[in-house]
Write a protein that binds this ligand. Structure first.
Ligand SMILES: [Fe+2]
Ligand SMILES: [Fe+2]
Length: 212
């Protein structure tokens, strides 16, 4: 049973406000709100809500560490990066955040929290519901104004998922995630950047399991 108290989560929010820039803290708290909203549709129980809150609050805990600092954190926590991963610096903070949670927040290091944080930038094949919801919440939280994010947020909510059957809603989530991965991959291609193999695997898994 994963059951951090309300006080523990409040303490975490306070820590985030104190230690990160206002912009980053605003994003993190908006991801928490969005993850809880999504959770009501896909994992509507108290424990799941706490898993989503903890994962959202911790997902970018190391994001403000740049370049060399990020690599130093990887070394410190024994994270080995593949050659492809070394060339995908935007994914490093998801790895270092996961290890930081294990080391510094052991009471919150639930497996569901850890995997949602670990895969929040890349996704992966056969994602858990918590991984999907944190990935999407991070993409469409209300603090985001980037056109792709605004478009994806409308695509998700304008379809009124709250009125759908659970089966329709699950399909809707996967459809929106495929669009998110397509947008991510297109952006990386445009930038001539490396695409993390987990992102390809995430997209291929969803596309090949559509309507099965
Ligand atoms: Fe992130
Ligand atoms: Fe984020």
């Amino acid at each position: 049973m994963f059951n951090p108290t309300d006080e523990r989560l409040d303490e975490l929010r306070e820590q985030i406000r104190q230690s990160l820039t206002p912009k980053r803290a605003g994003h993190i708290l908006a991801v928490e709100d969005m993850a809880v909203r999504l959770g009501k549709l896909y994992a509507d129980d108290d424990e799941s809500e706490r898993v989503l809150r903890a994962a959202a609050l911790l997902h970018d805990v190391t994001k403000e560490k740049k370049g060399e600092e990020q690599l130093a954190l990887c070394r410190e926590h024994g994270i080995t990066l593949t050659a492809e991963e070394l060339c995908a610096p935007k994914t490093h903070h998801a790895r270092t955040a996961t290890e930081k949670i294990r080391a510094d927040y052991p009471d919150l290091a639930d497996g569901r929290v850890l995997s949602a944080v670990r895969y929040h930038t890349t996704g992966r094949a056969d994602m858990s519901i918590y991984e999907k919801l944190i990935f999407l919440a991070d993409y469409i939280d209300d603090s985001r104004t980037f056109p792709d994010c605004v478009r994806l947020r409308s695509l998700f909510w304008d379809a009124e998922p709250e009125k759908m059957t659970q089966e329709e809603r699950n399909t809707h989530l996967d459809t929106v995630l495929i669009i998110a991965f397509d947008m991510t991959i297109s952006g990386l291609v445009e930038d001539g950047a490396v695409i993390h193999p987990d992102t390809i695997a995430a997209r291929n898994y969803l596309v090949s399991h559509k309507n099965i």
